[in-house]
Every structure is written in structure tokens, then in C-alpha cells.
Design a protein around this ligand. Structure first.
Ligand SMILES: Nc1ncnc2c1ncn2[C@@H]1O[C@H](COP(=O)(O)OP(=O)(O)OP(=O)(O)O)[C@@H](O)[C@H]1O
Ligand SMILES: [Mg+2]
Length: 250
């Protein structure tokens, strides 16, 4: 199984939108995929389930009561399974700090999983115990971000975090690349910012443009492909997935 941590400490950069549409796209290609929500906001879970009435959730993983396989829910999309989270996960934020095993709780819970091709982790917008666990359990990091000054300002910090995780916790962790999301148009800003990003890590050639179809698909509680497969953003996410799969082959 290939595990990908979709992360950025900055809020609203497109982590959840990218996690949902990457997972859905992989599942639609016949790959057995887990969408793992490790954000107490429960945004990606809310697309599939009523987050207020979860019997089992990511909180049970951090309580070390259950393994990941025990909390997986099937979704209406064939091959796509959800590891759901809700606000209760926030209770676990400080509970285990100080224990040397804390960064590995998620990784340990995944040990007996078999037959899955991908696990895509939707991270919260902070460097919490949850993000550290997600990074420790992943093969790759995918960074969604907007081509804006404040987004780029946070990049050096994000890169330092990943370097620290590699050094202390998980030497094999690799950055697969950055995906520019919510692109308004190819403005001077974009032309200036993409070359700056390029200095830090691979930037995917595909960019995701800003469009109402994305917000509408969240409201309709489905992927962009199901909401409007002909929309520009559906085509862009499809093309990103092709690029993503090619990158994995390298
Ligand atoms: N390509 C897009 N076009 C238009 N709106 C978008 C696009 N991508 C994301 N959005 C909107 O931007 C907002 C933030 O997106 P999203 O929730 O995916 O970001 P996030 O990084 O997960 O946020 P958080 O840090 O709060 O978890 C949402 O309202 C979403 O609908
Ligand atoms: Mg989110």
C-alpha cells in the first residue's frame, strides 16, 4: 500500500478537496483506496457520513482501542473506504505527548491492513500530533497550496518540518510534489510564485483552477467527477492523477 499525506500547515489551501478527489479518482481507476481523515474538523468525512453519529472513528485509533481495519467504512464509490474523524478527535491532541511511541500510533494501527493499494491522509492545518502521525505513517507527502504570497511564506517552515521528521522519525519519507490549487488565472503572481516554489520541491505541471463547481460538489456531498465530470476542475484533477501516478513510477 502506498500512503500519501496531504498536508500544509496553512488553512484553506485545498488539502480536503485534493484528498477527496485524489482518493475518488484512484478508486474509480480500480485501485482499492482508503481516505483517512485525521482532521478533527471532519471535512472529508462529512462528504460520506454524518460525522455527529460515528460509532467508530479515528479517536479510537489514538486511544489505541482499535486498528485501522476496524473503523473503515465502505462508501458509495466502489473501492473507496473511509477512516472517519470528527471533533472528538481533538480530545486526543495532547493526551499522549511525552510517550516515545506517540508518533507511531497511526503507523502501528495500519500494520495488519492487506489488499489496499492507496491510503490518502487528509491532515489538519497545524503541526499537531495528528500531522506528525500522518507523516510518520506515509511514503509520500503531497502539498496543496495556492499561488499566493502568504502561502509561499509558509513553505520554508513546512520544508523544515518535513526535514525534521525525516531526521528523527521517518528517513524514508519523500515529497512527491506541490499541487497549485484555486488558481484564479495565470497572472503575474503565478508567474512569479511558481518558479519560487520550484526551488523547494517538484511542482506538478497540472494546476487546479478556481471555480464554483468545487464548492458546489462539497455541498452536494460528492466528488467533482460525480458532481460535474465535464467541469474544468474535474478534468484538471484527472490530469493531476495521471501525473501523480507517473511520478510514482519514476
Ligand atoms: N479549485 C477550487 N476552486 C474553488 N474553491 C475551492 C477550490 N479548492 C478548494 N476550494 C474551496 O476552498 C476552501 C478550502 O478548501 P479545502 O477545505 O479543500 O482546504 P483545506 O486545506 O482542507 O482547509 P483546512 O485547512 O481548513 O482543512 C473550501 O471552501 C473549498 O470549497
Ligand atoms: Mg481540510
Amino acid at each position: 500500500m502506498i500512503t500519501v499525506c496531504v498536508t500544509n500547515q496553512k488553512g484553506g489551501e485545498g488539502k480536503t478537496t485534493t484528498s477527496i478527489n485524489l482518493s475518488e479518482g484512484l478508486a474509480r481507476r480500480g485501485m482499492k483506496t482508503i481516505l483517512l481523515d485525521i482532521d478533527p474538523q471532519g471535512n472529508s468525512s462529512g462528504i460520506y457520513v454524518n460525522v455527529e453519529s460515528l460509532e467508530k472513528s479515528m479517536q479510537d485509533i489514538f486511544k489505541r482501542k482499535l486498528k485501522l481495519i476496524d473503523i473503515l467504512l465502505p462508501t458509495k464509490t466502489e473501492n473507496l473506504f473511509l477512516a472517519p474523524a470528527n471533533i472528538k478527535l481533538a480530545e486526543m491532541e495532547s493526551l499522549n505527548s511525552g510517550d516515545v511511541e506517540t508518533p507511531y500510533i497511526l503507523k502501528d494501527s495500519m500494520e495488519d491492513l492487506e489488499g489496499f493499494d492507496f491510503c490518502i491522509i487528509d491532515c489538519p492545518p497545524s503541526l499537531s500530533v495528528f500531522t506528525i502521525n500522518a507523516l510518520a505513517a506515509s511514503n509520500y507527502v503531497l502539498i496543496p497550496l495556492q499561488a499566493e504570497k502568504f502561502s509561499v511564506d509558509g513553505i520554508a517552515g513546512l520544508q523544515q518540518t518535513i526535514t525534521k521528521i525525516k531526521k528523527r522519525i521517518h528517513p524514508g519519507l519523500e515529497i512527491i510534489g506541490a499541487l497549485v490549487t484555486q488558481l484564479k488565472q495565470h497572472t503575474i503572481l503565478t508567474k512569479t510564485i511558481i518558479p519560487v516554489l520550484d526551488k523547494y520541491f517538484k511542482v506538478f505541471d497540472t494546476t487546479i483552477s478556481d471555480g464554483v463547481a468545487i464548492g458546489e460538489s462539497h455541498l452536494a456531498k460528492c466528488s467533482i467527477y460525480e458532481y460535474n465530470g465535464k467541469s474544468r476542475q474535474a478534468k484538471e484533477y484527472e490530469s493531476f492523477i495521471e501525473e501523480f501516478l507517473n511520478e510514482l513510477k519514476k
